[in-house]
Design a protein around this ligand. Structure first.
Ligand code: GLC
Ligand code: CA
Length: 550
């Protein structure tokens, strides 16, 4: 079947279902809530939804621990509600992609329960190893969430590998039966009518043979031995040929630590391409050391360097996925913008990424400028990784320092319920929300943003409509200016008889600004801005402007 690459003309919206909208009053977001909000999603100008996992799950990692791949969790409304949402989305010309989480399952998955008991054919579905002589762990790898990557199972009398939580055992992808299961899952959902997949930590599925000790990395030991492993391309090819090739679908692979060169192995547009887009992490590392989220001051230069690297690196060869937020990172205004200039900086951030080449993703709440959450008590955090960091890691550091670190780094900041109104429970639920609300919901909410023509929400709508109307954004060249400026981001897109100049200030202080040589602003049309006028020669705090020559 021909792959029409429909994703190149669409903007996606990511839904993290627990916190999007509760439809039945039990305090937990669900598909009934999504159904209610389909028109809202459409009103953003969006043409696709990525659903974080909706499958039955014990919820140790909020759904990324799946216990049944072929169903929808009852608390989200089950298959019936999903089919209704899918139909409602398609009726609005919104594509739907699912999260495919096959590096690991939940320990409650039937496969794991049978594997522990050595019931065939499941015995080798997971990565089991006996203790080393003397009782030691099979190797020195670390879990990315909690402690070491090995857990002893009494029933089986062996250790199993878990790169994430203890309750997320890694599948043994070297077993052809497991790969058959993956293809079955892909076909199941594609046959149901979904349009593609976001593939969770898919670059981790092929571990180095023999599972050797890691002698290089001081932390996250093992990462270099299982990320982009020896059989990854082969397995992705098998999934492509054995399932994806038969459907006009799209795939988006999560690629921690990936660089352009490695990404091209999978996404380069030539025969043998097995993935459509990659979620790279370089754009998420402008204020931290990514592997362990150690906070560093925000560096606009670092961010621009990452953007330019991917824009240039994929130009004419492959397609970028663009994002500022998802469920794994704190809120971007708090990180790269300014809470003091919440709306202005939110707009500048939006303009800075929406006019690059690629398919933009907007994460729920990003469009109204939700910000980080600063709970006073570490017990209020829910996320398994966050809790481990506070309660078990670096415990010699003071509680204040550790709490501050969570404020900077915890992914729970992106997981508080979406703020719909300034009413009770922010309009998220009629019951008791499963998680805390960000206290700023009285001010920051969808209803208030709808009512204010200058809101970030309306700016997103305008910016998305504009990008969709400009062929130069889809296929023009990309040229970055002022690479050494730590205070502004300036780039041009040129092609299809159009020229676009995007100018974004990232500073609370006013700065001088002169257009790059050859760009005559007096001949341009100012098609998007976040102030009501545009004086020459300067940029005000977090000012952004998009100029068009056509
Ligand atoms: C991915 C997901 C994250 C999850 C992890 C383990 O990084 O985005 O939320 O915890 O994989 O599945
Ligand atoms: Ca609910």
């Amino acid at each position: 079947m021909e792959h029409t690459q429909w994703y190149k003309d669409r903007v996606f919206y990511q839904i993290w279902p627990r916190s999007f909208k509760d439809g039945n009053g039990d305090g937990m977001g669900d598909l009934w809530g999504v159904y209610e909000k389909l028109d809202y999603i459409k009103s953003l100008g969006v043409g696709g939804i990525w659903f974080s996992p909706l499958y039955p799950s014990p919820g140790v990692d909020c759904g990324y621990d799946i216990s049944d791949y072929m169903d929808i969790a009852p608390e989200y409304g089950g298959m019936e509600a999903f089919e209704k949402v899918l139909e409602g989305a398609h009726a609005r010309d919104i594509k739907v992609i699912m999260d495919l989480v096959v590096n690991h399952t939940s320990s409650q998955h039937e496969w794991f329960q049978k594997s522990r008991r050595r019931i065939e054919p499941y015995t080798d579905y997971y990565i089991w190893r006996p203790a080393r002589p003397g009782g030691g762990l099979p190797n020195n790898w670390d879990s990315l969430f909690e402690g070491k990557a090995w857990q002893f199972d009494e029933l089986r009398g062996e250790y199993y590998l878990h790169l994430f939580a203890v309750e997320q055992p890694d599948l043994n992808m070297d077993n052809p039966l497991v790969r058959e299961e993956v293809k079955k899952i892909l076909r199941f959902w594609l046959d149901k009518g979904v349009d593609g997949f976001r593939e969770d930590v898919i670059t981790f599925i092929s571990k180095t043979e023999g599972l050797p000790n890691d002698r290089l990395m001081p932390a996250s030991r093992g990462l270099l031995l299982y990320n982009n492993g020896p059989h990854l391309l082969e397995y992705l090819t098998e999934f492509y040929d054995g399932a994806l090739a038969d459907y006009d679908c799209m795939t988006l692979a999560e690629g921690p630590m990936i660089n352009v060169k490695k990404a091209l192995r999978y996404i380069e547009e030539k025969p043998g391409k097995v993935i459509d887009m990659i979620i790279q992490f370089e754009c998420m590392s402008a204020d931290c050391i990514a592997t362990d989220y150690i906070h560093t001051p925000f560096s606009l230069r670092r961010l621009k360097r990452a953007w330019t690297k991917w824009q240039k690196g994929l130009a004419g060869k492959a397609w970028n996925m663009l994002y500022l937020e998802n469920h794994d990172h704190p809120r971007v205004i708090s990180r790269y913008g300014s809470e003091k200039y919440r709306v202005l900086s939110g707009k500048t951030l939006a303009a800075a990424y929406l006019f690059q080449q690629g398919t933009p993703f907007v994460y729920q709440g990003q469009e109204i400028g939700m910000t980080n959450w600063y709970p006073a008590d570490p017990e209020m955090y829910e996320d398994v990784q966050t809790r481990w960091q506070y309660f078990h890691k670096a415990t010699k550091r003071s509680p204040e320092k550790r709490l501050k670190r969570l404020w900077d780094a915890s992914r729970d900041s992106a997981r508080t319920p979406v703020q719909w109104t300034d009413g009770p429970k922010a309009g998220f639920t009629e019951g008791e929300p499963w998680f805390y609300l960000n206290e700023n919901y009285k001010e920051v909410n969808v209803a208030a943003a709808e009512a204010d023509p200058d809101s970030l929400l309306h700016f997103y709508r305008r910016a998305i409509a504009l990008r969709q109307s400009l062929p130069a954004v889809r296929s023009g060249s990309y040229r970055a200016f002022d690479a050494f400026s730590g205070k502004r981001c300036v780039y041009a897109r040129e092609g299809e008889g159009q020229r676009l100049l995007v100018v974004c200030a990232f500073s609370e202080a006013e700065q001088r600004f002169r257009a790059p040589a050859g760009f005559d602003l007096s001949a341009a049309k100012l098609v998007l801005q976040n102030y009501s006028d545009a004086p020459q020669g300067k940029l005000r705090p977090y000012e952004c402007r998009v100029y068009l020559w056509a």
